[in-house]
Design a protein around this ligand. Structure first.
Ligand code: PPE
Length: 330
């Protein structure tokens, strides 16, 4: 994401040398009304803080050709948030349309041109603590801030170096992976830290039987022998970017996408590997476990897809047939 927007962080600003908070000065929708970011606080005995039960979304809003910001696939993100809560048995005291409206208003009230939006459903302290929760004090907040390229602009252009993690992705019967729940991200945090400490950009996670699942915060795709492959939904988060790029590759690039199990060594010998996610967008992978992938640089398929993706999210260049994916915040 390029361009200045409110809340953008500048590495060099601030006399102490520390980057200012990207959240400072923003307004947050919390439990039905807007409050200043500094007042959007949570009790130390919030149940979610202690045990990690909560659900969230990450949604991007892009500046479009029209000059009006557009939220990408808002309905699908709201559907996934409600599905997550259904799986986790968290009652939400709002209708989907209330949350949709709260998200649109959050973009508008903060006058964002581009931003990353984070709706979160969590449990407050009203029901007390303890694993058995009888009375759910469900809280809902929508925050938004400027978040540039997740893995850096360089990563989008030239690709990243990834490492297969020593941490296994959780078993399908552990955390309920179809839900985007807060607590399960401990697994991703451990893997990401290990990868970055080892000098890599991102961690690729295998399941408990050793097959490829996804990266710490992205779905994974392989281009090999003229086909695109990606692991089936039984082992990965049902990524909304994953779903979008499958449609773009099939309809715009004439590629066949197969959802099938992938082994670690199939990654090494692939022509291309790339990651997709709301935050990471379409990021090529140029190296895995110190082995070059293809020519060892961002691949042609990944870069073409990335360019189509950016046109679509920004409502540019013949993207009109994808306008169903954009909700204008005007
Ligand atoms: N897998 C995981 C584990 C994941 O966290 C994400 C999103 C995806 C796949 C892609 O899903 P989607 O965004 O719907 O295409 N990760 C979010 C959080 C990143 C973060 O650091 O926080 C995101 O991209 O917003």
């Amino acid at each position: 994401m390029k361009g200045k927007a409110k809340g953008m962080v500048s590495k060099n600003s601030g006399s102490s040398g520390a980057a200012p908070s990207p959240f400072e000065g923003t307004k947050v929708w919390m439990d039905g009304r807007f409050v200043d970011y500094k007042d959007a606080s949570v009790s130390v005995n919030s149940h979610s803080l202690h045990y990690g039960l909560g659900a969230f979304e990450g949604i991007r809003c892009y500046e479009t050709k029209k000059g009006v910001p557009a939220i990408f696939r808002l309905d699908e993100h709201i559907d996934r948030l409600f599905s997550s809560c259904h799986i986790l048995q968290i009652p939400i005291p709002y209708e989907k349309k209330d949350i949709k409206d709260a998200i649109i208003q959050t973009v508008k009230i903060n006058k964002f041109k581009e931003c990353y939006i984070r709706p979160i459903v969590f449990i407050g302290d009203g029901g007390g603590l303890g694993i058995f929760l009888k009375n759910y004090d469900t809280r809902v907040a929508v925050t938004a801030w400027y978040w540039g390229a997740y893995l850096g602009e360089e990563a989008l252009k030239n690709g990243i170096r990834a490492k297969v993690s020593s941490y296994a992705r959780f078993h399908v019967n552990t955390f309920m992976g179809m839900s985007k729940s807060t607590g399960q991200y401990i697994n991703s945090i451990l893997a990401k830290k290990e990868a970055v400490n080892g000098g890599y950009d991102e961690a690729i996670m295998l399941d408990t039987s050793g097959l490829v699942c996804e990266a710490s915060g992205e779905n994974i795709f392989v281009y090999s022998g003229g086909f695109i492959k990606t692991p089936p939904l039984s082992s990965v988060l049902p990524g909304i970017t994953r779903n979008s790029v499958i449609e773009i590759m099939e309809k715009e690039m004439g590629l066949k996408v197969k959802e099938e199990r992938i082994t670690r060594d199939q990654l090494y010998i692939a022509d291309e590997v790339f990651l997709t996610g709301t935050a990471a967008e379409v990021t090529p992978v140029r190296e895995i476990d110190d082995r070059k992938i293809g020519a060892g640089k961002a691949g042609k398929v990944a870069l073409e897809l990335q360019s189509l993706f950016f046109d679509i999210v920004k409502g540019k260049n013949g993207a009109s047939k994808y306008k169903k994916w954009l909700t204008y915040a005007d």
